[in-house]
Design a protein around this ligand. Structure first.
Ligand code: PNS
Length: 166
């Protein structure tokens, strides 16, 4: 586990994770090496109609990340910075795949910093082999009958197949 003197670093990795992809998993692995504790937090109660209910998304992440000792799975409602404060987190972790992610991420990070300056947003670059993967496109491919098994962890592929097999 990384050492940061007497002050342990806790980061929240927030997202919709509908579903978890290999890109998300890559970021979780990077985050778990960097922080003392990493909380993967799924936003619940969004307006968006999810493919998987929150409990199923949490279970898929648990099944995929159980070998990381310092990674915890949780869900949250309301503002991310309020949740970060409740969990005593020092940082929010977000991944950047390409320039197209930057604009939205910049807006969110600056708004979050204005609302709660003590929480820093830390960006990590996802592995370049995952830079083209997104949950939105995975959903589109599987809905149209394509194979997504190389883009998502096995527990996710299993549930997707179950959901979409004829
Ligand atoms: O996986 P996503 O959909 O890109 O994740 C977006 C998420 C969950 C990080 C973002 O929508 C969020 O933080 N929502 C919580 C509500 C909130 O704090 N909104 C203000 C953001 S500046």
């Amino acid at each position: 586990m990384p050492q940061h003197g007497s002050r342990p670093l806790t980061a929240i990795y927030p997202g919709s994770f509908d579903p978890l992809t290999n890109g998300h998993l890559d970021l979780i692995a990077r985050g778990s090496r960097l922080f003392d504790r990493l909380i993967v937090a799924i936003l619940s109660n969004t307006q968006k109609q999810p493919l998987f209910p929150i409990e199923e998304r949490m279970q898929m992440i648990r099944d995929t990340t159980s070998h990381f000792e310092n990674v915890e799975i949780d869900s949250f409602e309301g503002l991310l910075i309020d949740y970060a404060a409740r969990r005593g987190a020092n940082a929010i972790l977000r991944g950047i795949r390409a320039l197209s992610d930057y604009e939205t991420e910049l807006q969110m990070a600056l708004l979050n910093r204005r609302m709660r300056p003590e929480t820093e947003t830390i960006f990590l670059l996802s592995g370049e082999e995952f830079s083209f993967i997104s949950s939105r496109l995975i959903k589109e491919i599987i809905t149209l009958g394509g194979d997504v098994s190389t883009f998502v962890p096995e527990p996710v592929a299993v549930r997707l197949r179950k959901k979409f097999s004829p």
